[in-house]
Write a protein that binds this ligand. Sequence first.
Ligand code: RP5
Length: 153
Amino acid sequence: MTDPVTQTSVEAEFEGLEVDAPRVGIVMGSKSDMPAMEAAAEELSKRGIHHEVRVMSAHREPDTVADYAKNAQLRGLRVIIAGAGLSAALPGVVAAHSDLPVIGVPLTSSTSVAGGLDALLSISQMPPGVPVACVGVDNARNAAVLASRILSL
Ligand code: RP5
């Protein structure tokens, strides 16, 4: 027998969600990150996973990032892939405002230190209790593969 309370909450969760609503959000700190991050979108497309792509900087547009992360789950997103270079705060800030799994992609940029080590450490060295999964430098494709595996759990 269906529990009326549970049934109601499930219906409420999906009410208004389109069937083809994006399940993965791909965000990045700058338009200059797009060439590297396109690999994630391509991999998700190949796998038939609906996704959306947004550019928003944790440092330059902090309110936009906070709003996006806070509303992501309600909008139907299940995983967020966040790519950034330099002092790469974006994945961590998204994880601070959302309980969704966040996969960070450390990126190289024209002024990277040590080939992207700056972004790699910024993304992987999150404080206890606020996890961000971290793929290799410029390896956005792996972030999409991991997102796909998370969605299939
Ligand atoms: C980071 O700074 C971005 O993610 C990008 O990788 C890097 C450089 O940004 P732009 O100066 O190209 O906008 O926040």
